[in-house]
Design a protein around this ligand. Structure first.
Ligand code: HAM
Length: 437
């Protein structure tokens, strides 16, 4: 097939035969978030470009290289959201949600757009399940947020994921750390990649996140943020670790985690797996106590995380985790002839209103072709409806798994009895005697 237009590089389709995997993850994520008291928020796909420049940070790769920005008219530009946090905080502030009491806890499932080099687990349009909590500066909130992410991951049956945590301090201790990093890297300036030369001037913390082998080698002995934390930040980090211990959540302290977005303060974390190629984060987040104020709100501590749903699916597939199978067709009616087709149409309408998943012939195919189709869609019961059946007001309902046929009289209560019979047969153990006539 020579399609004239194909999907853009770095995007994916979720076909009907695969979409149940998404539904499984979305249901578990939503239910777990709600159990922790998070409520769903929905925000626009695009925002004023300035929101991300201010919120995510103009020295980040995301803002500098990866944003999809369009200009509509004049000089105003809009950007497809590269992540969910900035838009969510904007929406929380714009809708006065903080006035409803603190903490405010919201979650979202949305698409994000980053112009990255597309590869396995790295897309240009990808999806995130994210949670944001506003109004608590307590380290218990950090542990609670991590615990929510960890619960979603384990309820999906995912194993071999390592939680890495770090503290990148507050603006005061970070300023000292920046100086120490600059002093360390400056003598190596000429050996660094071009991006890192720039990072050295603008945001030296980002040097620790460089993917280049040579730069990683240089960064190996760089000073560690954990040695520069002020007393309050160090105390906060200790308390987060204590609460994670109480919650029974395993973690590794990784002082090299700096995160790619500028808004973070204090606790940062990543859930890492090696099951989908080279080490990848399936979930990441942290505290961002300054973001609400940066976006024009009253200073409010906040924190959150986001999970990459494509990476979650890849991990689940590679680990053979189970996905919930979709509801299949419960009844297929194969009419033969015009009169039977009319009866089937009326019957299907009634059955669907009673909650039965039912299908019938929409193409005018032969009985043989219809039976093949019923088999393909996995119909649990099949009725063949011909002139004979209608005349004698008697029909057989065939159980496709056992081959067993059950005779029903076609009368005013037929649809109701049939619906009860199908429901009872599907919910095993229910008595179907008495539903047949
Ligand atoms: P992030 O680390 O940029 O953080 O992204 C979070 C997660 O989204 C990653 O761990 C990964 O699973 C997934 N992800 C990121 N980029 C891609 C991509 N190109 N293709 C596929 N998956 C990807 C944030 O976005 C923050 N907003 C998280 C957060 C929420 N922090 C506080 N609250």
């Amino acid at each position: 097939m020579a399609l004239t237009v194909k999907r853009p590089n770095g995007t994916m389709d979720a076909t009907p035969s695969e979409v149940y995997k998404w539904h499984t993850i979305e249901r578990v994520a939503k239910e777990t978030a709600e159990q922790f008291g998070f409520r769903e928020i929905r925000i626009p796909t695009f925002e004023d470009t300035g929101l991300f420049v201010r919120g995510v940070g103009d020295t980040t790769d995301v803002v500098q290289k990866e944003m999809y920005t369009v200009s509509s008219t004049g000089d105003k530009t809009y950007t497809l959201r590269p992540e969910g946090t900035a838009g969510t905080i904007r929406a929380v502030l714009e809708n006065g949600i903080l006035n409803e009491g603190l903490p405010q806890k919201v979650f979202y499932i949305l698409s994000c757009f980053r112009h990255e080099k597309a590869q396995k687990g790295r897309l240009r349009e990808f999806h995130q399940f994210g949670c944001e909590m506003l109004g608590s500066a307590s380290p218990l909130a950090d542990a609670e947020t991590i615990s929510l992410a960890s619960s979603v991951i384990s309820r999906l049956g995912i194993k071999n994921v390592e939680l890495n945590i770090n503290s990148i301090g507050c603006p005061e201790c970070r300023a000292k750390y920046r100086q120490a990093l600059t002093a360390y890297f400056e003598p190596h300036r000429e050996e660094l990649c071009d991006t890192c030369k720039e990072r050295l001037d603008k945001n030296p913390l980002r040097l620790l996140d460089c993917k280049s082998k040579e730069d990683q080698e240089i960064a190996k002995d760089a000073p560690l943020i954990t040695d520069y934390l002020c007393d309050e930040c160090a105390e906060h980090f200790e308390a987060v670790k204590k609460y994670l211990g109480i919650m029974g959540i395993d973690y590794k302290i990784n002082p090299k985690i700096v995160r790619g977005l500028d808004y973070y303060t204090r606790t940062v974390f990543e859930f890492l797996t090696t099951d989908i190629g080279s080490q990848a984060a399936v979930c990441a987040g942290g505290r961002y106590d300054g973001l609400v104020e940066t976006l024009g709100g009253k200073a409010t501590p906040a924190l959150g995380f986001a999970m990459g749903l494509e990476r979650i699916i890849l991990t689940m597939e590679s680990q053979g985790c189970e996905f919930e199978e979709p509801e299949g067709c419960e009844l297929y009616i194969a009419p033969m002839g015009a009169k039977a087709a009319d009866t089937a149409t009326a019957l299907i309408t009634e059955l669907r209103d009673m909650g039965v998943y039912a299908e019938y012939d929409l193409i005018g195919r032969s009985l043989k072709a219809q039976m093949k189709y019923a088999d393909k869609i996995g119909a649990k019961f099949v009725i063949v409806l011909g002139d004979n059946e209608i005349e004698q007001r008697q029909v057989n309902v065939k159980n496709m798994a056992t081959g067993e046929q059950t005779a029903f009289t076609i009368d005013d209560s037929f649809a109701e009895r049939l619906s009860d019979f199908i429901m009872a047969s599907i919910v095993e153990g229910l008595d179907t005697e008495g539903l047949i006539q």
